[in-house]
Design a protein around this ligand. Structure first.
Ligand code: 1HN
Length: 344
């Protein structure tokens, strides 16, 4: 590849003339924005221990009342992007949110899409577009773009969940904003009952006006059972994985980020191919080692780590006598829509 001209090779008066007219020569910067063969990735393999962050999150519960926080969250930030950017990867934001008994996180709606993976505690709920979704360990609850959502807690112990948002992407697009609102009236609808049973879905005899994903809550008990059935039915299947989908379209549950649950059989080691999107791994159950580039992370339950795109990842179930269950979020829907998705 040719050595390209540097900025310093150009006379200063010429550079000054360019600057005055808001002009920039491409060639000195071309390799920086178009590196050979593999993109430059700021996303570093990063690990967040739940045991280590939990006391700091509970401390935030003492230090900062809900009225001063709106959402009480410690952001899982990737140092490769700079902590202040609050990014786990180019398109993904991660945060651990705490709600204490009796607290309420007021209703709002915004353009970034969010999901919650419930980590700890019982008795909390989130109301999304009028549908009250109970929160239990491992449940996945969606708050798609533009829908009202608020969180409440009727239990007696702290509740913690992992928020995954496409905020960095939507912010980069200069499309991120919020509207604050009133407490929602609760409807009787339950998308997880009407849309996820027996291989049947509601038929649109009269046109549906609502184009959003009809499922807002994916109960962990059902997802776990699906994985165990898949493993039992297909003993030779290497990757026992399911995708969280919109049952009306069969497509991804959300537009920008993809969500999956993976079961590792007892003792199984699984190498995921190098694909263009970055990924996040959160351990729901078991004990797993994640090998990502030069890092080896040992994930205990509720631990989280991330991997840059274009790298293989090896996940190993460290237990010989029980399966492990991993929640995965990635940027696949975005990469596919943009036409840059690759498996290497
Ligand atoms: C948000 O609305 C929530 O509703 C959590 O719980 C985290 C991070 C950035 C922007 C909006 C929530 C968020 C957020």
């Amino acid at each position: 590849m040719n050595e390209l001209g540097r900025l310093e090779d150009l006379p200063q008066d010429y550079r000054d003339d360019l600057t005055k007219l808001n002009l920039v020569p491409l060639w000195p910067s071309l390799r920086a924005v178009l590196p050979p063969k593999v993109p430059t990735r700021k996303t570093q393999p990063t690990f967040w221990s739940y045991e280590a962050l939990r006391p700091l999150l509970l401390k935030a519960g003492e230090l900062t009342p809900m009225e001063k926080a709106e959402r009480r969250v410690l952001v899982l930030a990737n140092p490769g992007h700079g902590l202040e950017k609050m990014q786990a990867s180019a398109a993904m934001y991660l945060g651990m949110q705490l709600l204490l008994p009796g607290e309420w996180a007021p209703s709002h709606r915004h353009t970034p899409n969010a999901v919650r993976m419930i980590v700890e505690g019982e008795g909390a709920w989130t109301t999304v577009d009028g549908e009250k979704c109970p929160m239990s360990r491992g449940d996945l609850i969606l708050t798609p773009t533009g829908l009202w959502h608020e969180h409440g807690h009727d239990g007696d112990k702290p509740v913690v969940w992992l928020d995954v948002l496409d905020l960095p992407m939507v912010y980069f697009m200069e499309a991120s904003y919020v509207i604050e609102g009133q407490r929602q009236a609760v409807k009787q609808s339950r998308g997880d009952r009407a849309w996820t049973r027996a291989g049947v879905v509601p038929s649109p005899v009269f046109a549906r006006s609502d184009k959003r994903n009809p499922v807002l809550r994916y109960p962990w008990a059902d997802t776990r059972a699906a994985l165990q059935s898949l493993a039992a039915d297909q003993p030779d299947l290497e990757a026992v994985q399911v995708t969280y989908i919109n049952p009306e379209t069969g497509g991804d549950a959300q537009n920008i980020l993809g969500f999956y649950a993976l079961m590792l059989r007892p003792g199984q080691s699984l190498t995921l191919p190098a694909r263009s999107p970055a990924q996040v791994f959160h351990l729901i159950e078991g004990s797993v080692e994640a090998k990502i580039v030069d890092s080896r992370f040992t994930l205990a339950e509720a631990d989280t780590c991330c991997a840059p795109g274009y790298e293989k990842v090896t996940l190993t179930n460290r237990l010989a006598d029980q399966p492990a269950f991993v929640f995965i979020a990635d940027e696949s829907p975005l990469h596919r829509k943009l036409g840059v998705y690759e498996v290497r």
